[in-house]
Design a protein. Structure first.
Length: 303
């Protein structure tokens, strides 16, 4: 495999405020200076994958506005092909408002904007346009269900690895089980999808439902990998690292996982690599960490 990854997902502009503590419902909390950054789960994962050695093309949408122009430029600077990112005249570029506390925990609210304009037809056209030049597909869920389904189904029909990050989690995503994507929920998303609070039990239940591997990310505890019909679950611990912001850890994980699968790595090895990449990502403020492949290799103890 040559490491060609197609990413289907959101492109956002992030408004980030550091706070002493996250607000309770109905509460106002004063924060520090507003920081504006590039974001979107799909775009963040695409940038991570490109920085980690994959050849990445992005499928999504921005508004025909300055934020959209900036988002495209940032993706190109990270090495991502944006030819398949549509420009909507009817909706602005998506915006995420992020509050981050001193421990790196966060609260996020997203106004989807142009992300809601991504269609199944756009995804199908992108897959057709890149026929024979894609090794894996990575799908995030800040775009409409029809676009997510088209990406998962299209990857399955072409015999491609497909990673589906169910964030935000919604029951409709389980209807994609016949196309057996690798699910990568965090522990809260896994609990919501499976009805099981214990991450291992949730992973086992989801793998049984989809017939495909499930990777549950556990924050500073690493990740679990469960494959239907195989036991026991594999645990991939994370190394202890200073945490500045956890906002982009999941996106870095998924981007790294997609990149390694596109490069032909076995799933277990790809998960271990992705855990290391996520650990490197939390050391910087903002959802799009400037990942360094050499740093990830060091985290894995390879150099």
């Amino acid at each position: 495999m040559s490491g060609r990854l197609l990413v289907v997902g959101s492109v956002n502009h992030d408004l980030v405020v550091a706070v002493e503590r996250l607000p309770a419902p109905g509460e106002t909390v004063l924060g520090a200076e507003l920081v504006e950054r590039d974001g979107g789960k799909g775009a963040n994962a695409a940038a991570a994958a490109a920085r980690l050695g994959a050849s990445v093309a992005m499928v999504g949408a921005t508004g025909a506005d300055a934020r959209g122009d900036g988002a495209r430029a940032a993706l190109e600077a990270a090495g991502v092909d944006v030819a398949l990112v549509a420009r909507s005249d009817d909706a602005p570029t998506g915006v995420a408002v992020v509050a981050v506390d001193p421990a790196g925990e966060n609260q996020i609210v997203v106004a989807p904007g142009a992300n809601a304009a991504v269609t199944a037809a756009q995804v199908e056209a992108a897959l057709a346009a890149r026929a024979g030049s894609v090794d894996a597909v990575l799908v995030s869920c800040e775009v409409p269900d029809e676009a997510v389904a088209a990406a998962v189904r299209g990857a399955h029909e072409r015999g491609l690895h497909c990673v589906l990050n169910p964030a935000p989690a919604r029951p409709s995503l389980l209807e994609l089980a016949p196309w057996a994507p690798v699910l990568t929920p965090n522990r809260a998303e896994a609990a919501r999808l499976a009805g099981e609070d214990d991450p291992e039990a949730a992973a086992v239940a989801l793998a049984a439902r989809t017939g495909a591997p499930v990777v549950v990310t556990l924050g500073d505890a690493g990740a679990l990998l469960v494959t239907a019909g195989e036991a026991p679950p594999q645990h991939f611990p994370a190394r202890a690292v200073p945490v500045r912001d956890t906002t982009g850890a999941g996106d870095a994980f998924n981007g790294a996982l997609g990149a390694r699968l596109a490069l032909g790595e076995a799933l277990a090895d790809a998960v271990a690599y992705a855990v290391a990449a996520a650990g490197c990502a939390v050391a910087t403020l903002g959802a799009r960490a400037p990942l360094d492949p050499a740093e990830v290799e060091r985290a894995l103890g390879r150099t």
